[in-house]
Design a protein around this ligand. Structure first.
Ligand code: ATP
Ligand code: MG
Length: 452
């Protein structure tokens, strides 16, 4: 304890020898400033005009080098958060662990962070497992590069000169398709175990292979994840599931030994033999939507991941004689109460999940006014997408899904006809048992020829 304190007090400013970064010109890296978003360029030029250093850094530079479109831009600067805030009218200081500034420009938000010093486990405040709790000490650009996780994430692009500043051979690693940790991987995982998940996600998303030195310790160090706050794990798992490569990521997580008991969410995904097909379909569907730049929502995805648990409870309750609708609501609460805390599902997401589930039995009622009311529901589309997934997984007939699609898009007369054609109440959702309908028993249309 005392030794640690002394080391803290007498710590030399830079423990590792100072080394000059490579300055890589546009002729070698090929990224023109015109490829950056207007807001990222503007933020950098404004800061530079005031005499501060400012670079686009992190994921955006890496993605551009790989040929992917950055999803957002981070800027690193020598200006303090307060100095940044003062320069941009539409900006605000945010941050719990450390202060950063969000600068709004047109539709974009640029995340601007001040160069930070790397906080190793000796100098920083840590928990008993060596996890760094605070890393909010400002530093110079070289220190800022060293505190980042992977070499490919520590590249600084200067839009003014179109030069990349590279302290850790990140450009070479991208060319060699390698995801390499800066510093000693074991130490870096101990400081922040979430880096293990980032390694898997970024490897899958970028098509980089994880350097063996960073891969090997994962199996052994995986239990450190138990010590990470649930909300942070949840955020990282969401990033993973919405990376556009969720199936590949999940495979990789299992291959690296990051499963079972460590990631409650992964347990949910992996441990459902009955719902495996459903969950796989849902993840494929999510990957496809992300890659096509369509919207995806955590509520929808979690509704799919937990659906089979709900189905089981629902069936059990109905078998015990409970009426269908209340049985479903009880089952929903039961599953969500059990999982929401463990998975750190936020209240808002839980509401979304319930909305989607609660719509499902309403798709069974294809008579009277009910269908008209259902298609006016704000969550109708999400509910229908979910219904389609259930049909694709073989849980219900595809005919029901098609019927609703036609109904939603039909004009008034066509809707009346569709109502005549449909059975008012579809058979309850059951797994495996195929329903054979006798030709004559196809629903009791409101007006039969006899009654007409
Ligand atoms: P993407 O945005 O595509 O998910 P990213 O690398 O930009 O990937 P962010 O979470 O936006 O990820 O982080 C921005 C940058 O901050 C990273 O590129 C990296 O340099 C640094 N960084 C993020 N998380 C960590 C971490 N856990 N440890 C060290 N550096 C990190
Ligand atoms: Mg980013």
């Amino acid at each position: 304890m005392i030794r640690k304190l002394l080391r803290k007090v007498f710590r030399r400013p830079a423990t590792s020898p100072h080394h000059e970064p490579a300055l890589i010109p546009i002729e070698q890296h090929g990224i023109a400033r015109s490829q950056l978003s207007p807001a990222a360029r503007k933020v950098c030029s404004t800061l530079q005009e005031k005499g501060f250093k400012a670079f686009v850094v992190g994921g955006a530079v890496r993605d551009l080098l790989i040929g992917q479109t950055p999803k957002d831009y981070d800027v690193a600067t020598s200006a303090t958060p307060e100095e940044v805030r003062a320069l941009f009218r539409r900006s605000r200081i945010i941050g719990r662990r450390f202060k950063i500034v969000h600068v709004m420009s047109g539709p974009e938000t640029i995340e601007v962070s001040t160069f930070r010093a790397s906080q190793d486990a000796e100098s920083a405040e840590t928990d008993e497992h060596g996890r760094v709790l605070r890393d909010n000490v400002f530093g110079n650009q070289e220190e800022d590069a060293t505190r980042r996780d992977f070499t490919v994430n520590a590249l600084y692009y200067d839009p003014g000169t179109e030069t990349i500043v590279d302290y850790h051979h990140g450009v070479a690693d991208i060319q060699q398709k390698t995801l390499r940790m800066i510093g000693d991987p074991r130490t870096r995982y101990r400081e922040d175990p979430v880096r293990m998940l980032r390694a898997v996600r970024l490897g899958a998303k970028l098509g980089l292979s994880l350097d063996p030195a960073a891969r090997h310790p994962i199996r052994e160090m995986a239990p450190l994840l138990e010590n990470v706050p649930a909300a942070r794990l949840f955020d990282e798992m969401l990033k993973l599931l919405f990376s556009g490569h969720s199936l590949k990521c999940l495979q990789q997580l299992r291959a690296e030994g990051l499963h079972h008991g460590l990631l409650p969410l992964l347990d949910v995904i992996v441990e459902q033999p009955a719902g495996e097909r459903f969950v796989t379909l849902a993840l494929e569907n999510t990957d496809e939507r992300v890659r096509e730049d369509k919207s995806v929502s955590p509520g929808f995805l979690f509704a799919t991941l937990l659906w089979h648990e709900v189905l089981q409870q629902w069936e059990r309750r109905k078998a015990a004689g409970e009426p269908s609708q209340p049985a479903l609501f009880e089952a929903m609460d039961e599953v969500l109460d059990g999982q929401a805390r463990k998975l750190a599902i936020t209240r808002r997401i839980a509401t979304d999940i319930k909305d989607i589930w609660a719509l499902q039995p309403r798709f069974d009622k294809r008579a009277g006014k009910t269908p008209y009311r259902l298609i006016e529901q704000p969550r109708y589309r999400a509910g229908w997408d979910f219904l389609r997934l259930r049909a694709q997984a073989g849980e219900i007939p595809m005919e029901v899904v098609d019927w609703w699609d036609r109904f939603a898009h039909a004009n008034h007369d066509a809707r009346d006809e569709l109502l005549l054609e449909a059975p008012p109440e579809a058979a309850p959702a059951r797994k495996r048992r195929r329903r054979k309908r006798k030709p004559g028993a196809r629903g009791e249309a409101p007006a039969t020829p006899e009654s007409a």
